[in-house]
Design a binder for this molecule. Structure first.
Ligand code: ZN
Length: 61
C-alpha cells in the first residue's frame, strides 16, 4: 500500500513516528510492537528498534 505524505501526516491519530529510525508506523498494527516511557506509548517498525529504545530511551527522545 502506498500512502502520500500529506495523508500520513493528516491522520495523526492513526500513525506514529518510530523514535529510533523515524519511520512512520501504523498505530493499529506496529510491526515492532510498542513500549511505554514516561507515560507515553511509542510505536516501532521492528523489534530491533523496540529493543534499542527499551535499552536506552533517553538516547532517542
Ligand atoms: Zn524503526
Amino acid at each position: 500500500m502506498t500512502q502520500q505524505l500529506d495523508t500520513i501526516f493528516g491522520k495523526a491519530g492513526d500513525t506514529a513516528i518510530d523514535p529510533v529510525c523515524k519511520m512512520v508506523v501504523d498505530k493499529a498494527n506496529p510491526s515492532g510492537g510498542t513500549a511505554e516511557h514516561g507515560g507515553t506509548t511509542y510505536y516501532f517498525c521492528s523489534t530491533g528498534c523496540q529493543h534499542a529504545f527499551a535499552e536506552e530511551p533517553a538516547k532517542y527522545l
